[in-house]
Design a protein around this ligand. Sequence first.
Ligand SMILES: *Cc1c(COP(=O)(O)O)cnc(C)c1O
Length: 808
Amino acid sequence: MRPLTANVLEEALAAKLMLSFGKTPEEATDQEMMRVSALVLRDMMTLREVETRQETRRDKKKQVHYLSLEFLMGRSLMKNAYNLGLLPQLREALEHLGFQAADIFEVEPDAALGNGGLGRLAACYLDSMTTLEIPATGYSICYELGIFKQKIVEGQQVELPDNWKDLGAAWLLPKPAEAREVSFGGTIREFWQDGHLHIVNEGATIVQAIPCDMEVAGYGTGHVNVLRLWDARSTKPVDMSLFSRGEYLKATEEEAMAETIAKVLYPEDNHYEGKSLRLKQQYFFVSATMQSITAKHLETYGTLKNFHEKNVIQINDTHPALVIPELMRILIDEAGMGWDEAWGITTRSVAYTNHTVLAEALERWPQDLVQRLLPRIWQILQEISGRWQRKVDDYYHDGAKTEKMAIIWGGEVRMANLCIAGGMAVNGVSGLHSEILRSEVFKDACAMEPWKFQNVTNGIDHRRWLSEINPGLDALIRELTGGDAYLLRPESLRKLDAFAEDPNVWQRLAEIKRANKESFAAYAHKTQGVVLNPDAIFDVQVKRLHEYKRQLLNVLHIIALYQKLQDDPGTIIQPHTFLFGAKAAPGYAVAKRIIHLINSLADQIAHDPVCKDKLQVVFLENYRVSLAEKLMPASEVSQQISLAGKEASGTGNMKFMMNGALTIGTLDGANVEMHEVLGDENMFLFGLRADEVARLREGNYVPQRLYSRDVVLHRCLDALRTGFRDGVQYEDLYQRLLFGTQGSAADEYLLLADFSSYCQAERKMTEVYTDTERWNRMSLHNIARSGIFAADRAVAQYAENIWHVPHK
Ligand SMILES: *Cc1c(COP(=O)(O)O)cnc(C)c1O
């Protein structure tokens, strides 16, 4: 690669600005400059993408297709410039043209086509797949509106539309010539002709799928991959004959359906929504994707018989599970294969990643909906289901197991069982989670086909989540490890362990954290008007709001601290700032109440002089990737307190660790592996373990007993009933914890059971904090041992154990 100077880049920016907007740098706005910067980088990536694609085709390389209904990409300008090795030059060029580089980066909207961890994982994996020079393509929907923007009004969440495309579309390259047609509804007609059974769908509604490609540059390589986002359009704008007959609504029906498909991302995280529009989205994206992949394969090889040798389809949770019947449809109906041959190819092509064990998140589609919307897919599903059921029956001769493992049962299509039957691999996303899949959730399938079940612990893009966002720490790491090798070899962060007893290094770490806290405080002041005390511990819980993640447990402990301070206003405590950030799904009432509660408590504490400079609670509005990027480097305590057995992996935990925050957490998800590398002495563990949770559940758990026995807990819970100075009462949450409500058991997520253990861990943590040397040594060990949580490691494991493709 030719190195590009700031001068050349500056000329390119000025020329693009002139030709695209007819403006000189003096006339341009920050927004226009951001767009122009994106266009210039996009041009460079496009050239490389064409080369990458030609090489893949010339060398007949096996390709990875990563399908996900969500890609939480965040911002791309700084990231792409970083990966292209152009970040310093871009900064210099922008400044030279009279702009503040930081302002230009700041106007870019997040491409927030995802909810939380699952979508962010897909984005991190795209970066690693590209950096590891794997020929890979991501596929999703080009949602017009990403995850809603959150505003807090009078303590409550208000959702606003996220119109990201105005500026965000600068990264998109529409390819209308590669559009595909996706059929919905209609009736299936079968007929024999020339000795072949032909199957046609008559009277279907056709929706056009138009690819909009977003290029993804790897780090330290010329390799460029693509994220292909499908936009939906009607095939025929309006039917003029119907229109002229006055049937106006009917004439625009298809158009309306097409336009809603790519309109909005479903905002539920870890929760299944059985809406027909959601099923339409899934099939739309899966069908367009499989048509595109098979057509390209045919262009290169002239046959689909070797499809599985040259392609692997990785599905991110069950949301794209319809790839299985869709690939079968293409192989049988379009390529004329017999069932067995098509099934052999399909089951050697598809691999499934499970992301949750929560029952309410398991997808089950009503069969009449599938039948009506996707008649041909329904036929194929019935055949798959029938054959699978016979196989299970022949193996177990046990009706109960046949029922449990069935794909179609009780009027529903169960997507996880479809993925197990139709996939070559099923993996969980942390050691504990994969073990729970093998021994509980998919126990019977695992006993029948044990070779399918694997583990790949999640990972994060450490170049973004450390080097790019925490330049101070990045510089220290380079200095101590003798260069930037860690960027491509994250395990070399281990070298930092050697400095565990170096007071100078502790000091440097402390200074970097302090500076990051001060910049975050400045940002919070500018955007939210809050004044954060940089002398306080920054104790952070940011993630989607969900009962299993137990933000409410954090709140109960803060209430306990507050009550202690009220009892004895003279106590000198370590100043403590609790930061929360979380979006609640708009229909998740309890989650929204918890957000309200956090804000009520924050308001109470802010107005109580007893708490001044001692205790503070802040709810950060609109938690998203770009906010996480500012917050992680400034965080000191990472709250990872889900009920053991419920969080599949977590990736937020990894971002904190890499930036030197210490974890207070349960043995859940990837926290378990964190504990394996850190030991008890470098993190603060508390609470029940997954097996103890299971045992407590089997017995008779009565939270009221804990309430009557523990005076601290008792007072905390009573405070919910009375509420705080804003007059809002939380009797509902109190009831939910002590008595349960219809449909949910009392204290479903065992907050009361873990409360005292949690308070103890918090006490221990604040005590250690006052021992700065010890704290900074622990922080150093956290950074040093975070290398295993790099996405590069995870993607290499997928490549070696599941995809069987070479990587750098
Ligand atoms: C990493 C990330 C998540 C996932 O956080 P968890 O704590 O693992 O649930 C969610 N949202 C955003 C914006 C993230 O960057």
